[in-house]
Design a protein around this ligand. Structure first.
Ligand SMILES: [Zn+2]
Length: 286
């Protein structure tokens, strides 16, 4: 019968295909594990996340390791290539992988300067630890920002950026903190409140007569600190403020009663820019 003949032929072909398929998958996985895949803008997946994590750990900050090779990852790759004498094309091939594997970030401390300091300043600024202008010079403001980051993230507060702090910075990148608000609303929350939000900063004008003192629960005044009425939002609660981002209810104020909140910025100008807004405040789960 024709059918029998077909079956006899199909089975070995099928087995051969299966074998080739298994071989192919096996090689594909070996490539991913060995990290020899060529990656470039637009790629996505675990191997991109691994690359991002490695970039973050080496001080080439590219934001959350979300597995999407976007503009930030490109920027980090370009910087790595430029500083390590690779072909500067934004494509991660064997040469760039080799550079990343052998790169040894130096310890950063007050007095040093260079592109690595600039990258540190940029990433600290983005996370609300104000270094001032990104000038690549590790001055007093950068020192203060490093200290603040170290204190808040359980590192030894010595003002030196070594392996421990680099790890903490990379860990911070991995967590998906809704950064600048706008669009990136939290998907899990306990309740939402409509509130009137003003802004302040650590300056004398904003804090008279309590200038120089930390927040009501002892945290340094910086971006991410919000003053609330403790009868409405319990102090210590994590919240998400529309247009501002994730924050902690850590402070109080004379005028902050009822559905009023006061969001802290690092600079007075940012506080002025905020003005007064009506915002949705999401109470996040513990
Ligand atoms: Zn101020």
């Amino acid at each position: 019968m024709l059918g029998d003949k077909l079956n006899r032929n199909i089975v070995p072909i099928f087995i051969a295909c299966l074998f080739l398929w298994v071989l192919f998958i096996g090689v594909g996985q070996a490539l991913a594990v060995e990290g020899t895949e060529t990656l470039f803008a637009g790629c996505s997946g675990t191997s991109v996340a691994q690359l991002q994590n490695s970039l973050n750990l080496n001080g080439y900050y590219c934001g959350p390791a979300d597995g999407k090779f976007g503009p930030r990852t490109s920027q980090a790759v370009l910087a790595l290539q430029k500083e390590n004498h690779c072909t500067v094309d934004g494509i991660v091939g064997p040469q760039t992988r080799q550079a990343l594997a052998t790169y040894q970030p130096r310890k950063l401390f007050a007095g040093l300067s260079g592109p690595d300091v600039a990258r540190l300043q940029q990433t600290l600024n983005e996370r609300g630890y104000d270094c001032g202008t990104v000038d690549g010079k590790f001055g007093p403001r950068t020192y203060q920002a490093v200290l603040a980051f170290q204190r808040k993230n359980g590192c030894q507060a010595d003002g030196i950026v070594g392996p421990e702090m680099r790890k903490a910075l990379a860990r911070y990148s991995q967590s998906t903190v809704p950064s600048r608000g706008n669009g990136d609303l939290p998907t899990r929350y306990v309740r939402v409140l409509d509130m009137k939000a003003t802004a302040y900063c650590p300056c004398n004008k904003c804090n008279y007569p309590y200038s120089g003192q930390p927040s009501a629960i002892g945290l340094p005044l910086q971006k991410g600190i919000v003053a609330v009425d403790p009868d409405v939002i319990k102090l210590g609660t994590r919240i998400y403020v529309e247009g501002y981002g994730e924050a902690i209810a850590a402070d109080t104020g004379n005028a902050i009663k009822g559905n009023r909140i006061d969001v802290c910025f690092s600079t007075h100008q940012e506080a002025l820019n905020w003005g007064i807004r009506t915002v949705k405040v999401y109470i996040l789960p513990d």
